[in-house]
Design a binder for this molecule. Structure first.
Ligand SMILES: Nc1ncnc2c1ncn2[C@@H]1O[C@H](COP(=O)(O)OP(=O)(O)OP(=O)(O)O)[C@@H](O)[C@H]1O
Ligand SMILES: [Mg+2]
Length: 446
């Protein structure tokens, strides 16, 4: 704005001054024309009077000082009657006497004066010059007035844009301040912090992303807390049993050997249970790590299933449960054999474990174009509907007392689900309490 002001002022001054100069030069030239033929005869009183009349008349008409000068540079007639007979030593006059018209603007103590000097001719030869000067203050006054108005407009513009920027800066920075505060709150462990930043702009998006992140953080934190408390609980239970048993043994000076044997057996089985929990936990941590690499190898899924069923059969027989492999098409695909075995051992093992004596377990392999489906179905105790959503959670068991008796840690299905997900597959459970359970695993062939 300031630069523009300078340019505009410069332009206005130049063009106005030039216009005035050319106007004055035209008038000056007319005066020169009028008096030219008489300049060589100024000694004649009649001629002199004539020249003086023209000078005064033009001075009046144009509000200018008009001076006629002879060839020697001496003033012949001055409209102000001051300089007559004296030399007028001005650059413009000297230039006009040498045949070149000139015009310049000067400033004297705050007043602007425009000078012009034009040669006067008599039959083609320079016989003198006419000089004119006028006051040019009005040009500058007008321009200055205009500039003042322009400054006021610019100042208003600056003020308004300042106001707008303050308002916008506030609109933009407020949500960021809110976000910063929320981030600080999260740093102190309040993971369920939500920030109230809405809108469809980038800041709004940032707000939504932030809220999504805190929701996730909160969930992760809750899961972590639950996990730690579950692990402690699971580890403490066998410890407590062992503590009670050993306290009992120590409480009396001697017991019969049979009692020692029985109690040692209890301690031993609790140690086994502790080992199983720790092994399962370590395994779960391993498969839960995202960076784990599956050790794929070309595998016949049907043979893998046969092997798992054969492995579990002796356990099933102790409960008089029949395991049937009802459909088993030959399917070969890339699988991590060890992990898939572990997964199927648990799922088919569960079917046997949670089915009462003389029940049935069916295992079915199905070729479904791009997928394979493995169904494991039993007519066992089933799972109550309210427990179904949690069945894959770590340490979740429907009936804890019963599961403890059967040695269940509640980690089997969590591990199985991880293994299936690592294979890009999916595992689902359908169950009716008291009727039976069906687990369906689907795996992409590629
Ligand atoms: N086929 C099934 N029928 C009925 N309940 C089942 C069945 N499969 C799983 N469950 C229920 O789901 C719970 C979790 O199963 P999961 O395999 O994770 O643990 P678990 O069998 O108790 O212990 P683990 O497999 O670690 O030895 C079981 O405790 C049981 O209550
Ligand atoms: Mg299990």
């Amino acid at each position: 704005m300031i630069l523009t002001t300078f340019f505009i002022k410069d332009y206005l001054v130049k063009s106005n001054v030039e216009e005035l100069q050319s106007k004055l030069l035209t008038i000056d030239a007319m005066v020169a024309n009028q008096i030219g033929p008489f300049m060589s005869n100024v000694d004649n009183a009649y001629t002199f009077r004539y020249i003086e009349d023209i000078v005064k008349q033009n001075s009046l008409n144009h509000e200018a000082r008009v001076i006629a000068i002879d060839r020697m540079g001496l003033v012949v007639a001055d409209s102000y009657d001051v300089l007559k007979g004296s030399p007028l030593e001005l650059f413009e006059v000297e230039s006009a006497l040498s045949g070149v018209s000139r015009s310049n603007i000067y400033q004297f103590e705050g007043d602007y004066l425009l000078y012009t000097a034009v040669p006067t001719y008599d039959r083609g030869t320079v016989v003198g010059a006419t000089f004119m000067s006028i006051e040019a203050n009005s040009i500058f006054n007008e321009i200055n007035l205009f500039m003042e108005k322009l400054m006021v407009i610019f100042a208003m513009g600056i003020f308004i844009s300042l106001l707008i920027s303050i308002v916008f800066a506030d609109i933009i920075s407020k949500p960021i301040e809110k976000l910063t505060d929320s981030v600080k709150t999260i740093t102190f462990g309040k993971y369920d912090t939500k920030v109230d930043v809405n809108g469809s702009d980038e800041i709004g998006d940032l707000g939504s992303a932030f809220n999504l992140m805190t929701t996730k953080l909160y969930q992760v934190e809750e899961r972590r807390k639950k996990f730690v408390s579950n692990v402690s609980h699971e580890l403490r239970t066998p410890m407590t049993s062992m503590k009670i048993v050993s306290d009992t043994l120590l409480s009396a000076p001697s017991w019969e050997e049979a009692v020692y044997r029985e109690f040692m057996f209890d301690i031993n089985s609790e140690i086994d249970r502790l080992n199983k929990i720790i092994d399962s936990l370590l395994y779960l941590v391993k498969v839960e790590k995202d960076e784990i690499e599956l050790d794929y190898s070309e595998t016949y899924v049907n043979y893998l299933l046969e092997w798992v069923v054969k492995t579990i059969k002796p356990i099933a027989l102790t409960k008089n449960i029949a395991i049937e492999l009802i459909s088993n098409p030959k399917i070969q695909m890339q699988i991590d054999q060890d992990k898939m075995q572990q997964c199927l051992l648990n799922i088919i093992g569960n079917a046997v474990k949670y089915t009462p004596e003389s029940g049935n377990v069916w295992v079915e392999l199905e070729d479904a174009k791009d997928l394979i489906l493995i169904r494991v179905k039993d007519n066992g105790i089933g799972i109550p509907e309210k427990d179904l959503p949690y069945i894959f959670d770590r340490f979740y068991r429907v009936d804890e007392a019963r599961a403890r008796k059967t040695g269940g840690t509640g980690l089997g299905l969590a591990i199985a689900q991880q293994i299936i997900q690592l294979h890009q597959g999916n595992i689902q459970v359908f169950s009716t309490f008291g009727v039976g359970t069906e687990i369906i695993i689907s795996l992409p062939k590629k």
